[in-house]
Ligand binder design. Structure first.
Ligand SMILES: [Fe+2]
Ligand SMILES: [Fe+2]
Length: 251
């Protein structure tokens, strides 16, 4: 018996050693280099015996459960800047918004804190579309445009922050203007506008940090969490969740 056990232990140790000896190489996506102003896939990792491109879980990142939930992504992948989202959702609650809109505020910048900044409203809406009410994803998509345009009826001014961020006289691109025009007459205009009203443009660094756990009930009631886990569920955005989970997969 003890000999069997030690054989099994030895097999485990060998397997572990073989795994350790395999060196993972990480290939860069073009996008990471483009963001640095480089149109290039360099540096290319040098393949060789025992040197292979990473495919699968990335040991440099926090391990994720087999069936990850939205909350898992908040805790294990998204940036600590998620405080911006938590504070916006808390403000929406204080302002008495319906729960569905609290969720919209909680997720409005999910692309910025979890995925990609450019065109963040559109990416965020696409990522969330299979799991939230259509009004929520529409509002998230359209907050991208509405945030540049004031609405006196709800006391929303052009954000002071944007003058610092983009300079005086910045004018949004034509597609943003066109979406603003489309949104203005839409039945859900005010939902997208409410995201802007509850968007905290000034980061309160002294505020007590909130936890995504504080919104577990809101998420439970309004986010259709797939039992097999985000990324394993065969929706039009499953691949986006998988990429977030394993951003350095070679292909
Ligand atoms: Fe935003
Ligand atoms: Fe925001």
């Amino acid at each position: 018996m003890s000999e069997n056990l030690s054989l099994a232990e030895r097999a485990d140790a060998l397997e572990h050693r073989q795994f350790e000896e395999f060196e993972r190489l990480y290939a860069r996506s073009l996008l990471f280099n483009l963001a640095e102003g480089e149109r290039s896939l360099e540096p290319r990792p040098k393949l060789g015996p025992g040197k292979h491109l990473s495919m699968g879980e990335d040991p440099r990142l926090l391990p994720m459960p087999d069936n990850p939930t939205l909350i898992d992504f908040f805790k294990l992948r998204f940036s600590p800047s998620q405080q911006h989202l938590l504070q916006s959702a808390r403000l929406a609650q204080k302002n008495g918004l319906p729960e569905k809109m609290v969720l919209a505020c909680l997720l409005h910048d999910i692309a910025v804190i979890g995925f990609i900044r450019s065109d963040h409203g559109y990416w965020g809406a696409q990522l969330l579309e299979p799991y939230v009410d259509e009004e929520v994803s529409w509002a998230i998509r359209m907050h991208q445009a509405l945030r540049f345009y004031p609405d006196e009826s709800v006391g929303y001014d052009y954000p002071e922050l944007y003058i610092r961020m983009f300079g005086e006289g910045y004018r949004p691109d034509p597609y943003i203007e066109a979406d603003y025009e489309r949104a203005k007459n839409h039945k859900w205009y005010m939902s997208a506008r409410m995201i802007c009203v509850n968007d905290l443009y000034s980061w309160d660094a002294d505020a007590k940090p909130l936890s995504i756990d504080e919104f577990e009930d809101v998420i439970g009631r309004h986010f259709k969490q797939p039992p097999e886990g985000l990324g394993n569920d065969n929706t039009p955005s499953s691949h986006m969740w998988r990429t977030l989970r394993r951003p350095s997969n070679a292909l």
